[in-house]
Write a protein that binds this ligand. Structure first.
Ligand SMILES: [Zn+2]
Length: 287
């Protein structure tokens, strides 16, 4: 049925994917900004309960919808017309109309990136069920990468549902067969777990977080174990290039951990969209 809808859309599929990507990107900005705050509040509440402190009753309710978005500087609420993806940012010239404070370029960047990736996804996978499921995959990866880049957290609230969904979508073999998906999930987690403990034994340092294990498990569930070497190689290459560039350009301390999540996510996304081409580079004879 989804394929029929896709066929009826015809040449409209790509523009629709782009506009849809802008709107979803706008929502992902909210998730990236608010989910870490929600998690920190949850942890504080739990810690207070364990330590038998009084709950902090003065705080207002905070979730993805409430309170309404405000300028962090002057608290001016953001009106609906000022919330149009990219256009509002351009129209306001990147400044709050109340106090003139600069609005982060990350907001239009996430909207533009989501739109671009949505268009490429539908272009490569078509507007059928595989393409639509890949849009969910894309959106969760963007949110997880944004949060990891900002806070070095990879929330279970994103990685674990992505893992379960990856196993479910492959029951009918959407991206790989179910056996490869199950092995991929376990092998993805184990690979980084082993690297983590090996690295810690050798250097005494912790090179990555447990969120990275769960993210690679999720990628293994979506793509199958066969994709894991390509994903790890791509992520390490891009991560090394960006890491060295940051150290050279900004004189960044090489002991500050660089979040690995965005590189894993980018590599996983590339592998889902162009996986067959990437795998062919690796195993020219096939399996
Ligand atoms: Zn303001």
């Amino acid at each position: 049925m989804l394929a029929d809808i896709g066929a009826q859309l015809g040449g409209w599929a790509l523009p629709i994917a782009g506009v849809f990507g802008l709107l979803i990107g706008s929502f992902l900005n909210v998730v990236i900004a608010r989910l870490p705050v929600m998690l920190e509040r949850e942890w504080e509440t739990e810690a207070r309960a364990i330590l038998e402190h009084e709950p902090n009753s003065e705080r207002e309710h905070f979730d993805l919808i409430r309170p309404r978005s405000r300028c962090p500087q002057c608290q001016r609420p953001i009106r609906a017309l000022e919330n149009v993806p990219i256009l509002s940012f351009l129209f306001l010239r990147g400044r709050c109309p109340g106090c003139g404070t600069r609005i982060s370029w990350q907001y239009p960047a996430v909207e533009a990136l989501t739109a671009l990736l949505f268009v490429v996804t539908v272009w490569q996978l078509g507007p059928g069920s595989a393409g639509l499921l890949a849009l969910v995959f894309t959106a969760v990866l963007i949110a997880a990468s944004g949060i990891d880049a900002r806070t070095t957290l990879l929330p279970d609230q994103l990685t674990l549902p992505l893992l379960w969904l990856g196993l479910l979508v492959n029951i009918p073999g959407t991206f790989t067969d179910l056996q490869s998906a199950v092995i991929g999930a376990a092998a993805g987690y184990l690979t980084l777990w082993l690297i983590f403990h090996g690295f810690r034994l050798l250097t005494g340092k912790e090179g990555m977080g447990f969120g990275d294990f769960k993210l690679l498990a999720a990628l293994g569930a979506w793509l199958g174990w066969q994709a894991l070497p390509v994903i790890l190689l791509l992520a390490s290459l891009v991560g090394a290039v960006v890491g060295i560039a940051l150290i050279l350009l900004r004189g960044r301390d090489r002991n500050i951990p660089i979040p690995f999540g965005p590189y894993l996510a980018a590599a996983g996304w590339l592998a889902l969209i162009w996986g067959d081409e990437l795998l062919a580079l690796y195993f020219p004879q096939g399996f």
